[in-house]
Design a binder for this molecule. Structure first.
Ligand SMILES: *[C@@H]1O[C@H](CO)[C@@H](O)[C@H](O)[C@H]1NC(C)=O
Ligand SMILES: *[C@@H]1O[C@H](CO)[C@@H](O)[C@H](O)[C@H]1NC(C)=O
Ligand SMILES: *[C@@H]1O[C@H](CO)[C@@H](O)[C@H](O)[C@H]1NC(C)=O
Ligand SMILES: *[C@@H]1O[C@H](CO)[C@@H](O)[C@H](O)[C@H]1NC(C)=O
Ligand SMILES: *[C@@H]1O[C@H](CO)[C@@H](O)[C@H](O)[C@H]1NC(C)=O
Ligand SMILES: *[C@@H]1O[C@H](CO)[C@@H](O)[C@H](O)[C@H]1NC(C)=O
Ligand SMILES: *[C@@H]1O[C@H](CO)[C@@H](O)[C@H](O)[C@H]1NC(C)=O
Ligand SMILES: *[C@@H]1O[C@H](CO)[C@@H](O)[C@H](O)[C@H]1NC(C)=O
Ligand SMILES: *[C@@H]1O[C@H](CO)[C@@H](O)[C@H](O)[C@H]1NC(C)=O
Ligand SMILES: *[C@@H]1O[C@H](CO)[C@@H](O)[C@H](O)[C@H]1NC(C)=O
Ligand SMILES: *[C@@H]1O[C@H](CO)[C@@H](O)[C@H](O)[C@H]1NC(C)=O
Length: 500
């Protein structure tokens, strides 16, 4: 027995080396249907200040793609529904789309996916016959540009194409889409891409009309008497989110496809609604979004696919006030355009040190070059006053008094505010007069917060454990800060053992 065990270990080790399970991430989708969309550089500063490292754009806006260059942010670009038809009918249209909107920005901008259309099968069913041809044409154009390994092609679908998703084990795609779904899944399988789904427990809960407890939709623990169990598999579902994702796996299985990962391209909760939308409120949105982040970064799979992590994009960065529909439709944003969070978010900066006190070592929030001096003065006054920055170092006789001008003084105050308040939602904006930089403005004995040798920080910049990091709002530090691989490893071993 002993030698066998020994061999098993070798096999396990080798399998581990070749088993590539990428860590799950949380991204944010950026809709632009709003009155005052901030400038692209402000949006990028807001993303950075909040540690958001993955974004989904709904189009291929050149200003955003330019502003996202040379950041750590990975970008999903979108083919709009209007563009799908042309691209599906013409390989050369697809090639010029790829050249103009993807190849032109790489590698400076890290584009990793193209989302073809938005819920095409349910919103423009007539386009179903051209959907997969469009995806194929784009993929071939990427191959020609030698970008097919970096950039994956998929197409986000609504959860609605699965008419009945509970219990998950019995879920199937609406059979009127069988032909398209079959082609689509074959494409995803052969190109190593993910199935993209927009999954909204908010709507699942509302449409359930009281069948499901709200705690189930919000990832809150359920009392034993209310556990949600799939009676065919006896899997216990801790959240509607997991049930929805599993329903997609089972629907793919019904068409005999397995091994295609799922990426949730939209999910979220509205924080304001009309009189008839009582569940659209700040408290629920805060709970949903923060629990979602925790759930995803936990890196676990679903009950039916425990080894496949599920990444998700939160819908959405800002409220889109120009969207038609009920009040809730316009109130899904997590941040105001000035960079303030709508509710406390458990974000951590992309450059936060792993250990001490969620600092943003190596990042500095400074006055924008060329910003209007009067606005800077207002920002300075606000930061040193209500903002509670420690402005003693810029007083006369103190180390940061010189150079004595509004630009340098604002920079010091903005930066101090930012580092002090970041963990509780403070951002680097100041009415658009501030921006993030990695250039350390410290000089002599004038030390800016976030410097390696500033008293608040232990050491130089370390990479983040997660793209968008967790700590719970009540301040208790979270187990999720342990790098994912430490608990992924045992998971893989267990799975392999189960197969041996
Ligand atoms: C882009 O993102 C991919 C996927 O995470 C990563 O492997 C790659 O290193 C990134 N490229 C750049 C230039 O940052
Ligand atoms: C399936 O899709 C078709 C076409 O969109 C639609 O008419 C039908 O109502 C759907 N069936 C179910 C059960 O949702
Ligand atoms: C669609 O696929 C499902 C699952 O395999 C199957 O049960 C159903 O008969 C198919 N429907 C059509 C119209 O082909
Ligand atoms: C899936 O595979 C099973 C077994 O090979 C077969 O009976 C069934 O018809 C297949 N279903 C589809 C939708 O291809
Ligand atoms: C991760 O999530 C799974 C399923 O929700 C749960 O069973 C597990 O305890 C979680 N692990 C951690 C480390 O939070
Ligand atoms: C940001 O905008 C929101 C909503 O307009 C407002 O309530 C908040 O006070 C603003 N924050 C700052 C720092 O200006
Ligand atoms: C934070 O840094 C201080 C001083 O450098 C150190 O004593 C403390 O243990 C650190 N805390 C954590 C959680 O690493
Ligand atoms: C962070 O550091 C500050 C000052 O050293 C301290 O007051 C605060 O309690 C720390 N917070 C955490 C969560 O450790
Ligand atoms: C403010 O910063 C100065 C050094 O610039 C320091 O001596 C002082 O203790 C700080 N005050 C507070 C309240 O943190
Ligand atoms: C002071 O401001 C100028 C721009 O006005 C900038 O170039 C310089 O780096 C700043 N110096 C410090 C120490 O902040
Ligand atoms: C910072 O990192 C360097 C090199 O990794 C190490 O030698 C040094 O002791 C660290 N300093 C602190 C304060 O942790």
């Amino acid at each position: 027995m002993f030698p066998r065990q020994w061999w098993k270990n070798i096999i396990l080790f080798i399998m581990f080396m070749f088993t590539h399970v990428s860590d799950a991430f949380v991204g944010v989708s950026i809709g632009t249907d709003m009155t005052n969309f901030p400038s692209a550089s402000d949006v990028v500063a807001i993303l950075k200040a909040n540690g958001i490292n993955h974004v989904r754009l709904y189009d291929a806006d050149p200003r955003m793609l330019t502003a996202l260059a040379n950041t750590e942010i990975e970008v999903m670009v979108g083919v709009t529904n209007q563009e799908v038809l042309g691209i599906g009918q013409s390989p050369s249209t697809a090639a010029s789309w790829v050249n103009k909107n993807v190849a032109a920005y790489m590698p400076e901008t890290n584009i990793t996916a193209i989302a073809v259309g938005s819920e095409v099968l349910t919103t423009i069913p007539n386009a179903a016959p051209v959907l997969v041809p469009a995806m194929n044409n784009l993929h071939r154009a990427l191959v020609a540009a030698q970008l097919n390994f970096q950039v994956k092609v998929s197409s986000p679908q609504a959860m609605d194409i699965i008419p009945k998703y509970f219990p998950p084990s019995t879920a199937t795609f609406n059979s009127s889409f069988n032909a398209t779904m079959y082609q689509l899944l074959q494409f995803l399988k052969s190109t190593g891409s993910s199935y993209m789904v927009n999954a909204y427990p908010y709507y699942g809960y509302i449409q359930g009309g009281g069948i499901f407890p709200i705690d189930y939709a919000l990832f809150r623990p359920l009392p034993a008497s209310k556990q949600i169990v799939d009676s065919n598999t006896l899997f216990r579902y801790a959240s509607m989110f997991d049930a929805m994702v599993d329903a997609v796996y089972y629907s793919m299985e019904a068409l005999n496809f397995s091994g295609i990962p799922i990426c949730v391209t939209e999910t979220g909760w509205p924080w304001l609604g009309g009189a008839n939308e009582p569940d659209a409120k700040v408290d629920n949105a805060k709970t949903y979004v923060n629990n979602l982040i925790r759930r995803v970064l936990n890196n676990s799979g679903t009950p039916s696919q425990p080894s496949i992590p599920v990444s998700a994009y939160i819908y959405e960065l800002f409220n889109e006030d120009k969207r038609p529909g009920p009040i809730s439709e316009k109130n899904w944003g997590m941040l105001f355009p000035n960079g303030t969070t709508v509710y406390p978010l458990t974000f951590r900066s992309s450059t936060a040190a792993v250990t001490n006190n969620s600092s943003a070592d190596g990042m500095f929030c400074v006055a924008k070059p060329g910003a209007d001096p009067n606005s800077l003065k207002n920002g300075l006054d606000w930061a040193c006053g209500p903002g509670q920055a420690n402005c003693s170092a810029i007083q006369e006789g103190q180390p940061c008094f010189e150079p004595n001008n509004i630009y340098n003084h604002s920079s010091y105050a903005y930066n101090d505010y930012f580092h002090r308040m970041r963990s509780s939602g403070g951002t680097c904006d100041f009415d658009g007069t501030a921006a993030m930089t990695t250039v350390n403005p410290s000089h002599g004995s004038c030390i800016y917060a976030g410097s390696a040798n500033s008293n608040s920080n232990s050491n130089a910049t370390q990479p983040p454990p997660f793209p968008l990091g967790p700590t719970s709002p009540d301040g208790q530090s979270s187990i999720l800060q342990i790098p994912a691989t430490t608990f992924l490893f045992p998971t893989i071993i267990l799975l392999v053992l189960a197969q041996l």
